[in-house]
Design a binder for this molecule. Sequence first.
Ligand code: HEM
Length: 451
Amino acid sequence: MSTVETVPKLRVLHPPAALLQARERRAQRLLLGFVISGLFFMLLPGTFLGVWNLISISGHKGAAVSPAWIQAHGHAQIFGWIGTFILGIGFYSIPKMTGSSFAVARGWTAWALWSSGVLLRWLAGVCPWHWRLHLSVSAALELAAFVIFFHSVRRHRPGGRKQPASTPSKEQDKRLPVWLLSVMTGTVGFLVGLLINLGAAVYVSLYGAQPVFPAALEWRLLALLAYAFIVPTVWGFSARWLPVFLGLREPSDLLLRGSIGFVVAGSAFALAGFAHVAPWLFAIGAVQSAVALRLFARPERPAKTTGIHVSFPWFVRTAYAWLVIAGALAICAAYLDRMNGWTGASRHALTVGFIATMVFAIGQRVLPAFAGMRVLYSPRLMLCSLALLTAGCALRVGSEVPAYEGYWPPAWHILPVSAICELAAVTVFAANLLLTFRQPPAHEMNRPSAA
Ligand code: HEM
């Protein structure tokens, strides 16, 4: 029997503080495992390969680089970085927020399956050796890891006890808090994305000539992963944390539920191949989410920026501005795209402008505390990473359309600069977090030394 299977009975009887502390330390170590491997995937298989691809594309003024390398980069960023972070933060925080518990050993099994799946998929993309086997096995490993995650964090009472039918919490369960609804929507989107990924991987392994998903399928899968998995998940954590962190009024339940409805519908249209309908729904959902979260309304209280850089609220708002820009560019792409410039700019505004900026901002705000009540190593490095990322993203999004679409060829010279800015940004972000994790917890740093 696992440790946790025996723990719930003790929890009901108020477990000793030492037991709770030991459980908390195990959960923190698991979170660190996910975060450190996520940083690895972000830096090398993700960003380094992305920069390499972009410099090659710019050097040849748009000549195609290997689509297998582009997809390997996209997979490493979406699943290897963002997916790994979301799994780690989910394992750590969802049981706390919903009042459940899980066996940490299961978390480590999920980590091992997930990391090897993502790594194998990257290898299948960049190196032809046994790629057919690696492609299918990697997708199966990723799905298996997700199933363990889902089973571990799904809402249940400690000890698996059922609520009596008439208790108030059963009544509350009928209408989930909007943040939880959003996170659950993202979780279902993640599952659907992994199932499609497995089906596509098996199909390409059997019938494909190279480890590349067909372009139309890849477009659908990416739309689903972006707008049915990552965007609602980020909205969920935003609804939960931003009112406290930014001093905002509570989000509008109705508007945020509506935004979730828009992106889910948009994803369904994208999957069905309605490329002109989906972007409108994504854009409406994006604008409405910024209104629902009251990001641009006057805050009720000052933002909480102790231990981080004071520019934090500004970058969170910038991220949501990028989400709206991504939606507008996606609409343009549906009508104007000829050479992938509008599509690439929209995708980059979403992935780097919105997703990466949110991860940089919120990650440096919450991860030091989650990983053992540490303080962020350097608020200045936090500013540096976010400023470089924003500058790099603005250069990339601003020059990708004129360069790729041939409207203004000198824009090709700006793209490598954007890549270097973003590479510097992710390096500084990773360094700041790793240096934070090397520090002792805050209470030990303030303690006078024995000498
Ligand atoms: C940090 C610097 C980055 C650079 C230099 C970069 C570069 C590129 C390039 C050159 C492409 C090929 C398509 C195009 O030409 O637009 C691409 C595609 C893509 N990138 Fe990035 N990228 C970066 C960051 C990210 C991040 C942070 C994410 C996700 C969180 C991401 C996700 C994707 C995805 C999903 C694709 C599409 C892949 C496919 O078609 O399957 N990228 N990126």
